[in-house]
Design a protein around this ligand. Structure first.
Ligand code: UP5
Ligand code: MG
Length: 190
């Protein structure tokens, strides 16, 4: 049983918008636990679990893995963690993801960040990454961008209407972007 109520932050934004990079800086500065939904899914593929093949095919197509699968992975990580402050990176990507998280985990995020980045910059960053990700090719990136526009922007709008959204201008150097992100977290430190 956790002693403190969780503090939950969602990091949203298109492919290559810099979510993971900024999460690492927040972890270093404010001691959050970093849960990247994409990393959890890639770990499932690598572990050859029952869902691995389905997840691989979904990611190759730039589509969204069924909510139940992703939420269960996030839930397991939250339960295993002795931290109560979480950065949930790259989730929820659809309204269905969002509702599923709220139903299964039973909490809403405290803060939502949106990394707003021009498409041409996102494409350039992803193509330069070179980490061997199966979805870092031009064909899949185009699909990821389309899915982001169609399915993820409604989630971002939802949190905007709820007054929880902080929009980050996600261009410039990593340090320049961090100077927009850091004060948001500093304000919540007590
Ligand atoms: N970089 C970072 N900041 C920079 C800057 N300021 N200037 C120049 N370069 C910068 O950054 C991307 C690259 O840019 C890196 O090389 C970095 O060094 C450089 P990164 O911080 O990795 O960006 P990020 O937003 O994390 O990009 P990522 O590609 O990880 O985003 P995606 O949201 O596309 O990927 P994710 O891993 O979250 O999901 C992958 C797939 O998994 C999805 O397409 C989907 O198929 C599936 N998925 C689900 O189905 N459900 C989920 O809930 C989550 C994922
Ligand atoms: Mg990432």
């Amino acid at each position: 049983p956790k002693e403190k109520t969780p503090f939950i932050t969602f990091f949203l934004g298109g492919p290559g918008s810099g979510k993971g990079t900024q999460c690492i800086k927040i972890v270093e500065t404010f001691g959050f636990a970093h849960l990247s939904a994409g990393d959890l899914l890639r770990r499932e593929i690598a572990s050859k679990s029952a869902d691995g093949a389905m997840i691989l095919n979904t990611i190759k197509e730039g589509k969204i893995v069924p909510s139940q699968v992703t939420v269960k992975l996030i839930q397991k990580e939250m339960e295993l963690s002795d931290n109560h402050k979480f950065l949930i990176d790259g989730f929820p990507r659809t309204e269905e993801n969002r509702v599923s998280f709220e139903r299964i985990i039973g909490v809403e995020p405290n803060v939502v960040l949106f990394f707003d980045c021009p498409e041409e910059e996102m494409v350039k960053r992803v193509l330069n990454r070179n980490e061997g990700r199966v979805d870092d090719n031009l064909e899949t990136i185009k699909k990821r961008l389309t899915v982001f526009q169609a399915l993820s922007l409604p989630v971002i709008n939802y949190y905007s209407e709820r007054g929880k959204l902080y929009t980050i201008k996600a261009i410039g150097t990593e340090d320049e972007i961090f100077e927009q992100v850091r004060p948001i977290f500093a304000a919540f430190e007590t």
